[in-house]
Design a protein around this ligand. Structure first.
Ligand code: B4P
Length: 186
């Protein structure tokens, strides 16, 4: 399976990606997690990315595309993978098409997590208290939601045209949502 998870911030992409990874033999590439790891490690990429992340903006395409391309370089590109949170704009989607086409691979499914704005804000509020993530403060969250509508929403339409996109209602019990995801991947 070659899967993309797309959805607004706080829609549970990362949560569901971990569950799918436990169940299926595939490599998960989560750009948010990778970027947070780079920030924590103080790498050059991390230092560049941090300023965008704390403002709730997308990290520049060149940085993120490079991280993703790294996984597909070399003689043995992964045949089964889940991209969590990438692509996040149409330009990244086009870049991914090019990378996959070079590897003679194509996506099999794009899962779009559908959650109301009120629920997104509530979840991120809970996480702010629990994890203290700098991009979970109120101003950054407003910006992340705006960025989602302007930059990421068009990615949903991009994949809808290809016929591989499915929508998952992503409110309620995490396990129930996981079952919906698995049903769509079968
Ligand atoms: P991400 O790490 O992808 O962050 P996210 O969109 O907030 O998370 P996600 O939807 O995975 O929600 P989660 O499971 O954590 O990105 C962070 C930042 O990195 C971006 O803003 C951007 O700056 C940068 N970035 C990443 N990818 C990029 C790219 N391709 N291009 C440019 N920049 C990029 O769930 C959220 C919370 O809800 C959690 O606390 C979870 O426990 C809870 N939750 C999950 N499911 C739930 C449920 N069913 N019910 C109740 N709570 C639930």
């Amino acid at each position: 399976m070659r899967i993309v998870f797309v959805g607004p911030p706080g829609s549970g992409k990362g949560t569901q990606a971990k569950l799918v990874q436990e169940r299926m033999a595939l490599q998960v590439i989560g750009t948010g997690d990778l970027l947070r790891g780079a920030v924590k490690a103080g790498t050059t990429t991390g230092r560049k990315a941090e300023q965008f992340m704390i403002r709730g903006e997308l990290v520049p395409d060149a940085l993120v595309n490079d991280i993703v391309a790294e996984f597909f370089r070399g003689t043995n590109p992964p045949n089964s993978f889940l991209l969590d949170g990438y692509p996040r704009n149409v330009s990244q989607a086009e870049y991914l098409d090019g990378v996959l086409s070079d590897c003679k691979l194509a996506l099999t499914r794009v899962i779009f997590f559908v959650v109301t704005v009120d629920e997104l804000i509530r979840r991120i509020d809970v996480r702010r208290t629990a994890e203290n993530r700098p991009d979970d403060d109120a101003a950054a969250v407003r910006q992340r939601l705006t960025t989602y509508e302007q930059a990421t929403r068009p990615v949903v339409d991009y994949y809808r045209k290809t016929g591989i996109l499915v929508e998952i209602p992503a409110i309620g019990d995490v396990e129930a949502i996981h079952r919906r995801v698995i049903a769509e991947l079968r």
